[in-house]
Design a protein around this ligand. Sequence first.
Ligand SMILES: NC(=O)c1ccc[n+]([C@@H]2O[C@H](COP(=O)([O-])OP(=O)(O)OC[C@H]3O[C@@H](n4cnc5c(N)ncnc54)[C@H](OP(=O)(O)O)[C@@H]3O)[C@@H](O)[C@H]2O)c1
Length: 276
Amino acid sequence: MTADLLAGRSFAVLGAGKIGSLLVRSFLAQGLVTAERLRATVRRPERAQVLGRELAVVVSTDNVAATRDADVVLLCVKPQTVPGVLAAIRPELGPGKLVISVAASVPTEYIEQHVGAGVPVVRAMPNTPCAVGSGMTGLCAGRSAQPAHLETARALFQAVGRTVVVEERLMDAVTGLSASGPAFLYVVLESLIDGGLKVGLPRDVATLLAAQTMLGAARMALETGDHPALLKDAVTTPAGCTIDGILELEEGKLRVTLIKAVVKATERAGQLLVRA
Ligand SMILES: NC(=O)c1ccc[n+]([C@@H]2O[C@H](COP(=O)([O-])OP(=O)(O)OC[C@H]3O[C@@H](n4cnc5c(N)ncnc54)[C@H](OP(=O)(O)O)[C@@H]3O)[C@@H](O)[C@H]2O)c1
């Protein structure tokens, strides 16, 4: 199904920064796209040279040329840069080309207004674990996007992790939870490692123990479908060690802090676009 939807298509990744270049690497590694059928762009010519060598694809600063040759255009620039890039590439777009935007906080309606009538637009919110095939991407379709367009976007991101289709009004929440989420969890991970160091574990051992535990706990939640409270209870024996640790977490307000982190990141996601 993935191969059918993507076979023979040409791609442009406009703004091959952190997320754009990570997606290019992953799509190439997964064989979803061939280097010959992919063009990427950045802002600085010197960066284009370095990245072109690194990725072994054509990287330029010319968004218009990259878009002209593409069937699918992935917009991976910062929200503030979106208006300028859309204005430049508009003449190259039409109903036969699909625009997939990963820019946080930029609604499909805004993109549609700037790319002209009938151009299909899909909004995607991936996260950095796409780099290791464990990404999480929220997707929603704009007004001119047909189910096949959404499926094409889904096929791309499904190859580098899991996907979920949501109503567009929830995309800022997806940004605040799963796009920002890896950073929150790295803070938790780093803290667990520091805890391991404090009780005498070598750093490499503490890192392995903490990271594999985080991975395992997440897989338990996904694969059993059990409520996290139930999974927590299975670890927590009466008068055992875990309940002492949980008491510390509650006193330190870990729950409320994480909830507020998601709320704040979601609110910020709604404020990023500079309207042109
Ligand atoms: N990072 C994440 O985890 C993540 C997750 C989901 C969505 N996003 C979204 O992805 C977008 C990019 O974020 P990022 O973290 O990857 O930022 P980033 O690393 O700063 O990447 C932005 C890229 O855009 C390039 N650029 C700037 N102006 C351009 C122009 N006019 N034409 C072509 N390329 C241009 C920059 O080029 P230079 O390299 O030459 O400066 C850079 O490579 C944002 O809209 C963000 O909301 C990010």
